[in-house]
Ligand binder design. Structure first.
Ligand SMILES: [Ca+2]
Ligand SMILES: [Ca+2]
Ligand SMILES: [Ca+2]
Length: 222
């Protein structure tokens, strides 16, 4: 065996060992560019995750991998769940951050405002009180009482034939011209509230309704 023929196989063996050592080293540890157990990412290996797939708003942002092989979303903008209210991205709230709001600022009498998992206000535990004279969310009117027949129902809905202001308390007035006789109206259009001239003390004649929903007795006989 010549020296040359001895050295060549040795060199090949050494190179192979070095190569093997090198590839063994590459199989473990953060920074080897390969995804190892417990790593979210490594270098450019991001498991196909993007800012968007992780729920971030900045779709043009670039997801990166940190030095400790966790996702670095610092260029991804905000997301729902990061405890920051990203109003520009449509969030009303985020977690316990309610952006300075409460049930009261949203028009309810009281209760506990919460934030849903999609960063919208959850008003299910807010409370309103019909009849307190204060217009609240969920009420069409609140005239300060629980009486029916005055325009605002005991459930704070506007009754048929009435119109109510959105003030607190609501002021309700009959609608003259809707053919419904309510409140202080004598009549409305052709609806004479089932009354006649005789009912009103006249001997006869034809009862009519004036434009302002009061009786017109000019056609009644004395
Ligand atoms: Ca957020
Ligand atoms: Ca109320
Ligand atoms: Ca009417």
């Amino acid at each position: 065996m010549t020296t040359k023929s001895f050295i060549l196989p040795l060199l090949v063996t050494v190179l192979a060992l070095v190569g093997c050592d090198d590839s063994t080293k590459k199989k473990e540890g953060c920074g080897n560019g390969l995804l190892d157990l417990g790593e979210q990412c490594d270098g450019g290996q991001l498991q196909d995750a993007t800012c968007s797939s992780l729920g971030y708003y900045n779709l043009l942002g670039q997801l990166r991998c940190s030095a400790v092989c966790t996702y670095d979303a610092s260029f991804c903008g905000g997301r729902c769940g990061d405890m920051m209210v990203d109003s520009a991205d449509g969030e009303e709230c985020d977690g316990v951050q309610l952006n300075g709001n409460s049930c009261q600022t949203l028009g309810f009498a009281g209760g506990a405002l919460a934030c849903s998992t999609d960063c919208r206000f959850d008003t299910s535990n807010c409370t309103s009180a019909c009849g307190n004279g204060y217009m609240e969310t969920g009420e069409a009117c609140d005239d300060g009482n629980a009486s029916p027949g005055d325009g605002c129902s005991p459930a704070c809905a506007i009754e048929a034939g009435w119109t109510c202001t959105g003030a607190s308390p609501s002021m309700c007035d009959p609608i003259c011209g809707d053919s419904l006789v309510v409140g202080a109206e004598d009549c409305d259009g052709a609806n004479l509230n089932d009354l006649t001239c005789q009912d009103l003390g006249f001997t006869g004649g034809t009862l009519a309704c004036a434009l302002e929903c009061a009786f017109d007795t000019s056609g009644c006989d004395q």
